[in-house]
Design a protein around this ligand. Sequence first.
Ligand code: BMA
Length: 339
Amino acid sequence: MSNVKLITGNLPNIPWQDKPKGTDSPLWRYTENPIIGRNPVKGVARIFNSAVVPYEGSFIGVFRGEQKNGIPYIYLGRSKDGIHWNFEENKIEFTDENGNPFMPPYAYDPRLVKVEDTYYIIWCQDAYGATIGMAKTTDFKKFVRIENPFLPFNRNAVLFPRKVNDKFLMLSRPSDSGHTPFGDIFVSESKDMEYWGHHRHVMSKKGNWWENLKIGGGTAPIETSEGWLLFYHGVTNTCNGFVYSIGGVILDIDEPSRVKYRCSDFLLTPEMPYEECGFVPNVCFPCAGLCDAETGRIAVYYGCADSYVGLAFTTADTVISYIKEHDNADENDREIGRR
Ligand code: BMA
């Protein structure tokens, strides 16, 4: 039993390995990483930055598939154990509300979040500039687009798994038309999943060197007795380009624009060959977390070097005590974020 409660429901078949002896890392990698290698589907060179949820006793996911023409789209995958995946050969066919084909020009970095009885897919796409696209499904057969929540440029959005104060909430990271050498996380609310507003600043890039260039949402926020646990990505610049690490933060449960605790140290940074070498080297990019409330276990899916999918494990107690021990949240983090 864990001291920190995960308010997520039980998932007895969560993929899992115990923490190896001798490590002091708050997140430990699955020993058989990466779980998805190169050329995983006909016509797709790489799958990475992808999201999964439990579904009908097993697992289902939306996967960023880089086609051999270089254009990313979203592919559906199914798995019995959350580790070995079977992919559909065709990319997900999105429609408009009337059932007519309505594909985005490209789609990448999908998240998948169940809110009430509906699964929402959130991704980055072109809409006269890069911004966020969304669709909903209840059966993983029909995928109906809903209005894009934000104007360009915005590349990174994550939905909360339940309404807060009767509003849907989404984290996002406004950006620019290039590779965005800046960026903070904001939260926006909506009554209907269509009109988004009441934008509040959540957190900025920070003096911690691993996240001193930009930050962006990662997994959907995980509800715990301590607040919303968010795994996010933080980026630093080097003479050889950007380095993406995984960070951890706990947001206030009723006012998630307020940061309660923010970890000064990364939770995971590229150090394995599959994280350091690939299409884009030195990238650990979290997109999904699975949780088992009974044991406190958490499994994090993260993109590796824009080439593979990796899996890492922690527990609610381990990661939350680590974040608290290394907390350096400041006034800018703790404020409500309205000016
Ligand atoms: C970001 C996004 C991610 C990617 C990362 C590293 O801007 O495009 O999809 O993993 O860059 O290339």
